[in-house]
Design a protein around this ligand. Structure first.
Ligand SMILES: *Cc1c(COP(=O)(O)O)cnc(C)c1O
Length: 244
């Protein structure tokens, strides 16, 4: 760590520090407005394309949850994450044949949308003697070519996952359609919250509705106001993504 940070990197760290303070303040304000406390909301940083040293800088500021969305990228950065101080989750589309590569490395998989995928997570978890937490991803905007189950498929999928070994459903996740107006996106958030509450009210074995993961850089405050208790923020924290 004796290496001197470049002026460019120092500037990035300063930007991230400023952004982190701003986001945590906004989260706290939105939490209070919706009758909750800042601690009730989990702030997960979406870290795709971000260098580990920049991610770890955010962790040094207090960030406790990070999420990657590509298996290859996660594996290439894995040894560099400061995992003593933050928890790593998987938030992207996951192919069944790649489950084996991340099982045991991630604390939660947020993007489970098929029984086939859940079965493989269960199988690999059993094999490794661990339990894996998951969220079920809902395609709340019913968009073609988008991950997630439709709301009417949710009950059946939850029932099927509930009986699998070493896998536990901890809540729901969504990436709503891109909307021009706040009211439009809030409608999707409201619908997710209704599903979340509806499922919470039933007592299902092996299913607990602890997390409602929705809201990203442009809409995390609205998502919290609509009932989210986990937001996934990327570019607002780390700056515009540069794909290399
Ligand atoms: C990239 C990503 C985010 C964060 O997106 P931003 O708009 O940069 O905040 C959230 N969720 C998922 C699943 C992502 O892939």
């Amino acid at each position: 760590m004796t290496e001197k940070l470049s002026a460019e990197m120092l500037e990035r760290f300063e930007d991230v520090s400023r952004n982190y303070a701003e986001i945590t303040e906004n989260i706290a304000r939105a939490a209070e407005k919706s009758g909750r406390k800042a601690e009730d909301i989990t702030f997960l940083a979406a870290t795709k394309t971000v260098e580990p040293c920049v991610i770890n800088h955010a962790v040094s500021l207090g960030l406790r949850y990070i999420g990657e969305n590509k298996v290859q990228e996660l594996l290439s950065k894995y040894d560099e994450y400061d995992l003593d101080n933050c928890q790593l989750q998987f938030i992207g589309h996951l192919q069944t044949n790649k489950v084996r590569q991340i099982i045991g490395r991630v604390a939660m998989i947020q993007s489970v949308d098929s029984l086939k995928l859940a079965k493989e997570i269960s199988r690999q978890s059993v094999k490794n003697g661990i339990n894996t937490d998951i969220l079920v991803e809902v395609n709340i905007g019913r968009e073609e070519n988008k991950s997630g189950v439709f709301s009417e498929e949710l009950d059946e999928l939850l029932g099927e996952i509930a009986v699998l070994d070493n896998i536990k459903v901890r809540g729901l996740m969504t990436v709503p359609p891109i909307c021009e107006k706040r009211e439009e996106i809030c409608k999707f958030f409201d619908n997710m919250y209704k599903l979340f509450i509806d499922i919470s009210s039933k007592t299902l074995d092996n299913i607990s509705m602890d997390f409602l993961s929705m809201g990203m850089s442009d809409d995390y405050e609205d998502a919290i106001l609509c009932g989210a208790n986990m937001v996934r923020v990327g570019s607002r924290l780390f700056g515009k993504r540069i794909y290399r």
